[in-house]
Design a protein around this ligand. Sequence first.
Ligand code: AMP
Length: 172
Amino acid sequence: MDLKSLIRDIPDFPKPGIVFRDITTLLRDPQGLRYTIDFLAEKCIDAELKADYIVGIESRGFIFGTPLAYKLGLGFIPVRKPRKLPAPVYSVEYELEYGTDCLEIHQDALHPNSRVLIVDDLIATGGTASATAKLIEKIGCELVGFGFIIELRDLEGRKNLPDVPIISLVEY
Ligand code: AMP
């Protein structure tokens, strides 16, 4: 299936010069949605990642990470923006183009010997995924890979990630 044909390009969003890859058009397509999750699951199985948990990044990482976890028979753990999670958290700050941002995970979400696959909709510079990897390291878990629907190759986000398998379904 041609997933690119279901992803909508929105030029100059959220600011001039950025082409926003809009996955809402993919999500509303029944065959497209099913194919996306099945294809991602298949690639994870082929890569023999043997994850115990999917860690999904707010908020589009939740949309793809949860059905992937269901399909693979794994648990799902959310990484959220600050002050959203109710129990004690670990936090990580990371650099944005202008300023910094922060992500959080529940301190008791993972046992230190768990194997974790991080999922988000898209990798651009890799800053968000790399910050999430730091949270996993902080807990002492084993990071076994990353899964993305979309990869923006020109931004070379892979170079900013730890040396584990990186799965993506569509490249721009
Ligand atoms: P980065 O940290 O630079 O890898 O950016 C990844 C995060 O920003 C993901 O959570 C994406 O949802 C979002 N993002 C970055 N660039 C785009 C884009 N061109 N279109 C849609 N989402 C984007």
